[in-house]
Write a protein that binds this ligand. Structure first.
Ligand code: GAR
Length: 186
């Protein structure tokens, strides 16, 4: 699931193509028909399903459509790779311990919107990225993997975001592999 640029989605697809991740990324779902993530899916030859959030009159209805799509695709798990919509228990309960999110901070620090800005303003020396299980409370589920990133005195939002994203692209395939091991052992 992606909403914008889709670089984490591409990192997952490439890790699977290089056999660094034992997974088949069967589809991308986007909520924004004009996003770069959709164009990446086309370039990478991955099916893309559009569920424009503006076509739904509640978060629950969007999530019902997502669950229907994922169930038709028979997916084992779902990754929110830059999904900028709050999800409801409709999606969360359909994939217990199988719905992952990537967030640009060392959780539990800096939950919610613009975690990069939050970290800069807090003047902490270190931030990073986390992959966690999704729970109804935003950015609060069990953390599966994290990577730390130093904040340099010369950093601005763009330079820090880029450095965090570089780590995200390494971390997300590792976290999906960890989650997959858990799913396959139960
Ligand atoms: C990523 O940095 C991800 O951590 C963040 O959005 C970016 C998406 O980049 N997610 C959140 O902030 C969710 N709260 P991408 O579209 O290039 O993968």
């Amino acid at each position: 699931m992606a909403s914008g640029n889709g670089s984490n989605f591409e990192a997952l697809v490439k890790a699977a193509k290089r056999s660094e991740l034992d997974a088949h990324i069967c589809a991308l779902v986007v909520n924004n028909p004009n996003c770069e993530a959709r164009r990446r899916a086309e370039r990478l030859g991955v099916k893309c399903v559009v569920h424009d959030h503006r076509d739904f009159d509640s978060r629950e209805k969007l999530d019902q459509a997502l669950v229907k799509t994922f169930s038709m695709l028979a997916v084992e798990g779902v990754v929110m790779a830059g999904w900028m919509r709050i999800v409801t228990s409709i999606l969360i309960d359909a994939y217990p311990n199988r719905l992952l999110n990537i967030h640009p901070s060392l959780l539990p620090s800096f939950r919610g919107l613009d975690a990069v800005d939050q970290a800069i303003k807090a003047r902490v020396p270190l931030t990073g990225c986390s992959v966690h299980l999704v729970e109804p409370e935003v950015d609060a589920g069990q953390v599966l993997a994290q990577a730390a990133v130093p904040i340099l005195s010369s950093d601005n939002h763009l330079t820090l975001s880029k450095r965090i994203q570089h780590q995200e692209h390494q971390l997300l395939p590792i976290a999906v592999a960890i989650a997959g091991e858990c799913w396959r052992s139960v």
